[in-house]
Design a protein around this ligand. Structure first.
Ligand code: PGA
Length: 220
């Protein structure tokens, strides 16, 4: 069975104690989740990757880690940047091109292409976010996440019919998994997970509390 990819994007939230509490709660409820049909991924901020890796090993959880971003450069004198080989010590997956990176950090297609190149060199599975059906998708991307900006963090998810149309368009030029992200919650997830071509979900706000994330994961 092709598993749905469910990614918890924690954005710039959570300290050590929050991350610990979340993983302990997930571990205590893992038996409520059907693991045959889904891949569960946590995307914490960089400083929590090490802790999360240790906790996932400690509790023997079937959970993968993902970085929320990656430097467009390799190793070198780039203050503040975290490069793909550094990330590789903790995980094999990285998000590139999230709307918030494009908007608040002015990331252009040129910069995003470099990030993809760096991630690819380090054999990362790349989850590339697009805001519509026409945005560029660099070659080497493994997974595309369609996240309309009007749906991110607003409580107004895009409607399933429109998402299916966008997926169909994206599918004409991209053959990997396509995810949807934007205001997915435990009370609407069923309308989205079964959309034709939907290979999974990128979940922000509703992934911050273990309870709501588990509620989402336990619905199919
Ligand atoms: P949201 O965020 O679920 O809070 O809308 C999704 C995302 O930005 O990945």
């Amino acid at each position: 069975m092709d598993k749905k990819l469910i990614i918890a994007n924690w954005k710039s939230y959570k300290n050590i104690s929050d991350a610990n509490d979340f993983i302990v709660a997930l571990s205590g409820n893992i038996n409520k989740i059907n693991l045959e049909n889904k891949e569960i991924v946590l995307a914490p901020s960089f400083q929590l990757l090490h802790l999360c890796k240790n906790l996932i090993e400690k509790y023997n959880l079937p959970v993968q880690l993902c970085a929320q971003d990656v430097s467009p450069f390799g190793e070198g004198a780039y203050t503040g940047a975290v490069n793909a080989s550094q990330i590789k010590e903790f995980c094999d997956m990285v998000i590139i091109g999230h709307s918030e990176r494009r908007e608040f950090f002015n990331e252009s297609d040129e910069v995003l292409n470099k990030k993809v190149e760096e991630a690819k060199k380090n054999n990362q599975r790349i989850v590339y976010c697009v805001q519509n059906e026409i945005q560029n998708i660099p070659s080497g991307v493994d997974v595309v996440a369609f996240e309309p900006p009007t749906a991110i963090g607003t409580g107004n998810p895009d409607n399933p019919e429109h998402i299916e149309k966008v997926f169909t368009q994206l599918g004409k030029r991209f053959s990997g998994k396509i995810l949807y992200g934007g205001s997915i919650e435990s009370d609407n997830v069923r309308d989205y997970i079964h959309i034709n071509l939907c290979a999974g979900l990128l979940i922000g706000g509703a992934s911050l509390e273990a309870k709501s994330f588990i509620e989402i994961l336990s619905q199919w």
